[in-house]
Design a protein around this ligand. Sequence first.
Ligand code: A2P
Length: 317
Amino acid sequence: MRTLGFDNGDQMPILGLGTWKAEPNDVYAAVKAAIGMGYRHIDCSPLYGNEPEIGQALAECFDEGIVQREDMWITSKLWNDSHAPDDVQPALERTLAALRLDYLDLYLIHWPIAFNKGVAFPESGADYIALDELPISETWEGMEGAHRMGLCRHLGVSNFSLVKTKSLLDTADVKPEVNQIELHPYLQQPELVDFCQSRGVHVTAYSSLGSLDRPDELKGEAEPVLLDDPTVGAIADRLGARPAQVLLAWAIGRNIAVIPKSVNPTRMDQNLAAVDALLSHEDMEAITALDRGRRYVAGDFFTWGGSPYTLANIWDE
Ligand code: A2P
């Protein structure tokens, strides 16, 4: 498996299993099947509501000797209601207990957005805390504390714009080493990717297949379906590959990690095989020409009803 390397010598497998939208009763079997077929990287979050089932699958794989803990890369994320520095370590400990682990390989700030403690999802403007009141630099001190305690080996962020990534790099003692962002041919974010990669911050793509299974309230009208893109389809047909494999190979070809979600073993296997697919320069360029700045996870659900957050201040665009 190709990997992305870290300063301390650790290696993150460039393809992992995404678990957003994987139902708790599906994810247990999916994680066991994934590990059985060679996946060594699982991407999690408490928000996905399935960490206990992932933890059970991991524990069984370790107990049965199918894989060793040190050969797995497990990522999880800090939810928006635990941004206060003193809340970070307890939140990470809850995730570790659910996943039945002693440490994470990577812990990310899930969004540059803060809620009051205990708010899973805001119902009114009063549930939010503006970043002026609770800046990312303070949350990062909590992240660094958890890192010092050995609860996670690496720290990172998710959904961070170029402006926010830069400002965190300027102040952090422990450097963010990953930015997990929405990234696919319709949303390529070349400046952000170039900046991160030039500063030693790995990029992980989420929604690299277009997240067609996300909830209806997160969908716009007449959205373009990435997996049905004719250019991607023509390349796939010519190579005898699946459109999903072409999408993943394109990202991997740019040294971007991918975490496609699937709970179907046939599709999980297809996605894993994409690591070995190589696209020609011409095919890479043809896909790069598809950029249209189209977010599937726009973040507008954080901007309603008196929220201090706007699309402009989330994405700094
Ligand atoms: P399923 O879980 O039934 O396999 P993303 O990773 O962009 O969020 O996309 C996840 C969606 O893509 C899910 O609906 C998932 O369905 C589907 N999917 C995952 N792998 C493939 C594949 N190889 N071919 C087609 N669809 C896929």
